[in-house]
Design a protein around this ligand. Structure first.
Ligand SMILES: [Zn+2]
Length: 464
């Protein structure tokens, strides 16, 4: 009797699970129209006057986690008569924001006082990153980090883990659970760091290779070969990093370049045969169309040309650059040289995981450049459309993912967010007083933060 009951229970549970699965698949397969103010980019506003699509009474149709189409509600509604409509009228629906440079292990050491880059690394970063050979700690921080990205409306990021492969496993597992499009990799570092944080050229190579096989292109996850920066890798290690890129040409390279003047001088000492800091990476085959370099403040025109020719990108990290007193990134120089640029928070040197707040600081960096310019009249304020482009399609292009994310073109993965102008009294008042879309966007960018992000959707599923 007992056995029979158990079997019956099992059957009931099994049937319930099957029904639940059928039901949730049916829900996913149903077309849903998200109605509101819809805005996305198709081109770079710095280069093209017809760069964005904006529908004040718009709709974004999603089915099975992908964009069907986006446009005017009145025009499109007859083509989707059976679609369920979710009404976000009065709110702004835009693609999920993209963070092109951030360190997940550093979230709990954000706001570390008093140092510039090289001392900050020794005094704060290295001791913090030591704890990531513990799977429990790595999992806890990875989960907390991703939840905070979702809270802030960031749906994709290029992320530093630590030198420990355990930190990479924990990060990718947590990303997979949320079905987020994420890129990460194990840090390569075999000199000028504490013993407990160093690998060797060989172990760095073989561990990276194992992780590539385990995670690269698994679902929405991709791998980045991740030397911390040129000073902490020997030429032997950089040679093997270049070998990995030859063996796996579609993996990313993720590192730092030309962030701080003392760092640039140190690289010149360590690699006297290289023309420049970027040239060190280039000589080891690490400048490709899948390379993303954080900062790039002290790159010259020849470096910019190299990036442009090879398709490498720069991650502009204003909150970090201001916090560590590193310098003011010249975005115009990058644009003039046709170098792809995205925004990065660079937490823990950056002070916020919010890309909205990052846009605010990017604007101020550009304003401040005027104070140090020989010809201030040549420096134009960063345009609000340009800022939002950098946070969405620009970021996707910097990561070579614009065929998948960053816009609402048909077939794109449905990562999107809903911004609420009523989220704070100040933002509400400023948006009401805005005379056009440009002013309204600028209010979101200067006054917005995580409270402004009402919903975050990952592949059509609301996670906030
Ligand atoms: Zn960084």
């Amino acid at each position: 009797m007992y056995l029979v009951r158990n079997k019956l229970d099992l059957l009931i549970t099994f049937t319930a699970l099957v029904l639940l699965n059928v039901y949730s698949n049916a829900l996913l397969a149903q077309t849903i129209g998200y109605r509101g103010e819809v805005l996305y980019f198709v081109e770079n506003p710095a280069k093209n006057a017809n760069s964005y699509r904006y529908y004040p009474d718009g709709v974004l149709y999603v089915n099975s986690g992908r964009v069907l189409e986006a446009g005017s509600y009145e025009k499109l509604k007859s083509s989707h008569k059976t679609a369920k409509i979710i009404d976000y009228s009065g709110k702004l629906i835009i693609p999920g924001m993209i963070d092109t440079h951030v360190h997940y292990p550093q979230i709990e050491m954000v706001a570390a006082y008093g140092d510039q880059l090289l001392d900050w690394l020794n005094n704060y970063t290295f001791p913090t990153e030591k704890n990531f050979s513990s799977p429990d700690n790595a999992r806890r921080i990875a989960n907390s980090f991703l939840d905070q990205l979702i809270t802030n409306g960031t749906t994709t990021a290029l992320v530093f883990s630590t030198v420990s492969p355990i930190s990479v496993d924990a990060f990718f597992e947590a990303s997979q659970q949320r079905n987020m499009r994420m890129i990460s990799g194990k840090v390569l570092m075999d000199r000028f760091a504490p013993d407990y944080l160093m690998d060797t050229p060989e172990s760095g190579y073989s561990q990276s290779k194992e992780l590539i096989k385990k995670w690269h292109n698994k679902g929405r996850l991709q791998y980045a070969v991740t030397p911390r920066f040129a000073p902490t890798s020997t030429p032997e290690q950089l040679t093997l990093a270049g070998k990995l890129i030859k063996e796996y040409p579609d993996v990313y390279v993720h590192t730092h370049v030309a962030e701080n003047k003392a760092e640039v001088a140190w690289v010149q000492e360590l690699f006297p045969k290289s023309r420049s800091y970027l040239d060190v990476y280039d000589q080891f085959g690490l400048v490709t169309d899948r390379s993303v370099f954080a900062h790039g403040i002290y790159l010259d025109n020849q470096d910019m040309q190299t990036l442009s020719k090879k398709g490498g990108s720069i991650s502009f990290c204003p909150t970090s650059n201001l916090f560590l007193g590193s310098g003011l990134f010249n975005i115009e120089k990058a644009e003039q040289n046709n170098v792809k640029v995205g925004l990065g928070t660079d937490v823990g040197a950056g002070t916020s995981l919010s890309i909205l707040e990052t846009m605010n600081e990017a604007y101020k960096v550009n304003q401040l450049r005027k104070a140090f310019s020989d010809d201030p009249s040549k420096i134009k304020p960063l345009d609000p459309f340009q800022l939002l482009y950098l946070a969405t399609l620009g970021g996707a292009r910097a990561l070579s993912l614009d065929d998948k994310i960053g816009s609402f073109l048909p077939g794109r993965e449905a990562d999107f967010i809903v911004l609420n102008p009523e989220s704070t009294p100040l933002l509400s008042a400023r948006v009401k007083g805005a005379k056009d879309l440009k002013e309204k966007l600028f209010a979101f960018e200067v006054l917005g933060d995580d409270r402004t992000v009402q919903h975050t959707f990952i592949m059509g599923k609301a996670l906030k």
